[in-house]
Ligand binder design. Structure first.
Ligand code: NIG
Ligand code: FE
Length: 402
């Protein structure tokens, strides 16, 4: 049995309502806290002066306790990045540069990354994935989802899913990312391929299915067909929609009851009402608006309507080549009307909701001990000191990984 006791925590975000200094605070913030971890799980959370009560089974042996003094620093749950596209080759820095000089973003750019990814070996893709995963961990992310979608052939999508599965359990099949060049004259045949042989080939590796429902990508009818096919095969459903303009994504998300609608930048008031009523998590990806110069989504309007909001990086070479959850928090607070508490919740517990996980994103008895120690006294510094590497230590399952 291994026990880790962290004392001297300046403020601890637990995301457990009722546990914090203010019993109504959904982030369960405790000022002056301590926390114990036994065998990789949270075993005790207390106030600074309390003695730990470890409800561990009696083994007869004295447990080895490692004590870490946080020195007044803030600790929060590891970030849960519920939306990334980390399996790809090449980059599109030239496209970004042209966009900053006035070119608009178009979904078709995805095909360039598809060509580079198809040409890359397994080991090249593995090396890229490992590098990006290390980048995420170093910035405090302890759980992340990865989508396929940069090959768009049956064997190729299965290969990307298999490689993604080497770094995470949260793999999403995104064969419906864009219609590949070889099928532009027969879209229906491509949709058949996605719903049939491709879905079967990725099956062993994936938990989720996603569709890019947008002008230039997939239509409302194609989206419904693909998501229904995935659900029938036992996958959870999620949706890219309302990213580049108003469209049917939000309506379909509510109608099919997907786990998460992602992007949701362009929403009509009735879209917001539908998302709230259907209880669809809405995942906002402000790295995209940063890198495409679209207006930021209005998180305030969603939260005020009762929608559960998550934040994720959407790390991908086209629209958001950043893996930084602290940057998402800073953008959400500065540009999207979220309070610091809401943004931190959305980047941790919100991401966990978007992935239907209750073992991560909160620090409650029995959850996985995934936590980030900041080199700062409060979580507010994540937004207050944008661009500064504030992550001092990261624990995943109780193990120090950064
Ligand atoms: O989430 N929206 C669709 N997919 C990505 C963009 C992918 C790309 O441009 O390569 C996104 O923004
Ligand atoms: Fe995306």
């Amino acid at each position: 049995m291994s026990t880790l006791l962290i004392t001297g925590i300046g403020e601890l975000t637990t995301n457990v309502t009722g546990l914090g200094d203010d019993p109504r605070d959904p982030t369960g913030l405790i000022r002056g806290a301590a926390l114990a971890v036994v065998d990789g799980r949270v075993a005790w959370v207390g106030r600074g002066t309390e003695e730990p009560r470890l409800d561990a089974p009696q083994t007869g042996a004295t447990p080895e306790v490692e004590v870490v003094d946080a020195g007044g620093r803030a600790i929060l749950p590891g970030f849960v990045d519920s939306h990334t596209h980390l399996v790809f080759a090449g980059d599109r820095a030239d496209e970004f540069e042209a966009r900053m000089a006035g070119q608009p973003y178009a979904a078709g750019g995805i095909r360039r990354t598809v060509a580079a990814t198809r040409a890359a070996s397994d080991d090249e893709l593995r090396a890229r994935l490992a590098g990006l995963a290390a980048e995420l961990y170093a910035q405090g992310t302890t759980t992340f989802e990865v989508k396929t979608g940069y090959d768009l052939t049956v064997e190729g999508e299965a290969r990307l899913a298999r490689l993604a599965r080497e770094v995470t359990d949260e793999v999403t099949f995104l064969g419906a990312h864009v219609v590949p060049a070889e099928f532009v004259d027969d879209r229906a045949a491509y949709v058949d391929l996605v719903c049939g042989p491709m879905l079967a080939a990725v099956g062993p590796y994936v938990r989720w299915i996603d569709v890019f429902c947008e002008r230039g990508a997939f239509t409302a009818e194609e989206t419904r067909r693909i998501l229904r096919g995935g659900a029938a095969a036992g996958l959870g459903t999620r949706l890219h929609g309302n990213q580049l303009g108003h469209g049917p994504g939000a309506r379909i998300a509510a109608e099919l009851g997907v786990f998460s609608l992602d992007h949701a930048t362009y929403l009509h008031p009735d879209d917001v009402a539908r998302l709230a009523e259907a209880g669809v998590v809405t995942t906002l990806l402000p790295g995209v608006e940063f890198s495409t110069r679209h207006p930021y989504p209005d998180a305030r309007r969603l939260i005020d309507a009762g929608v559960t909001v998550a934040l994720a990086s959407d790390c991908n070479p086209g629209t958001s080549f950043t893996s930084s959850m602290p940057l998402m928090i800073a953008l959400a607070v500065r540009e999207m009307g979220m309070t610091v508490a809401e943004a931190v919740w959305a980047a941790t517990a919100g991401g966990a909701r978007a992935l239907d996980r209750d073992d991560v994103g909160t620090l409650a008895l029995g959850t996985r001990a995934d936590l980030v120690m900041l080199d700062a006294p409060t979580r507010t510094h994540l937004a207050y000191r944008p661009g500064v590497p504030l992550v001092r230590a990261v624990y995943r399952g109780g193990e120090l990984i950064v």
